[in-house]
Ligand binder design. Structure first.
Ligand code: ADP
Ligand code: MG
Length: 245
């Protein structure tokens, strides 16, 4: 068991767990693909935020992760950048068909949040083979379904709509490398625990330890800790916060 504690611009980054990967200090030093680095720059990102420094290193090392940091701290890119880099390294091919096999599944509590995540994924995927597709509730499924079937490497979904699509056999999760639960605390508060369970325990979903699981949360209450214990293996815990005084 190891522990790092460093100050960055008065924001503390704490990374705990076994064999903690060294945090990254810049996007350039993270060994990212040129295309991804270019897209990060185009998005206006100059240097990683503290939660990105810790999380990008952990995900690139293919470890399970829980990251807790306040709203606005950059948690979206903290997982999108490393998972997209891994997909690009592995040479994921675009696909299309009735049953889609995404490599990354990102579950979010609300449609607004899912839209934000998908937009950021599209920016980082610009000019690459990677395709992000979004599905959410409150609208008819037909249009979303044909979008999905036109090709889907990265699936961004609200929990309830994803559960519905799974019941209709739209997805096969056998290629999933990363299951990302964004705003895990809020999803549990909103009662999506059973939907998350159906997603994580889907018959085609690789088990924990085979797929990687990453959870992002503003808070870390007992319910989120229990979720982590069920879905993760030997996870790394990244937290950030303002240094007092
Ligand atoms: P969180 O999920 O922690 O609430 P977001 O991922 O939504 O935070 O990011 C908040 C805002 O900061 C977004 O507008 C995002 O584009 C921007 N942002 C994230 N990381 C960086 C960065 N490294 N440099 C500049 N802006 C960033
Ligand atoms: Mg967020």
């Amino acid at each position: 068991s190891g522990e790092n504690f460093k100050n960055f611009d008065k924001i503390a980054l704490q990374v705990t767990g076994s064999d903690v990967p060294q945090y990254i200090t810049s996007f350039e030093d993270a060994g990212l693909r040129t295309l991804l680095l270019d897209n990060i720059k185009k998005a206006g990102y100059v240097k990683p935020t503290p939660v990105q420094k810790g999380s990008i290193a952990v995900i690139l090392a293919k470890r399970d992760l829980i990251a807790c940091a306040v709203t606005g701290s950059g948690k979206t890119a903290a997982y999108l950048v490393p998972v997209m880099n891994i997909l690009l390294e592995q040479g994921v091919a675009p696909s299309h068909g009735m049953v889609q096999k995404p490599e990354v599944v990102i579950v979010a509590p609300t449609r607004e949040l899912a839209i934000q995540i998908h937009r950021e994924a599209c920016k980082f995927a610009y000019n690459s083979v990677l395709k992000s597709v979004i599905i959410y509730g409150g609208t008819v499924t037909s249009h979303q379904r044909s979008n999905v079937q036109a090709g889907c490497n990265i699936l961004v979904a609200t929990a309830g709509r994803l559960k519905d699509f799974l019941e209709r056999g739209v997805f096969d999760f056998s290629c999933v490398k990363f299951l990302i639960l964004d705003e895990a605390d809020r999803m549990l508060d909103m009662g999506f625990g059973p939907d998350i369970e159906k997603i994580a325990a889907h018959p085609t979903m690789p088990p924990k330890g085979v797929r990687r699981t990453c959870m992002f949360s503003a808070t870390f209450p007992e319910e989120v800790q229990a979720l982590a214990a069920g879905y993760m293996e030997d996870y790394i815990f990244v937290t950030t916060g303002t240094v007092g005084g």
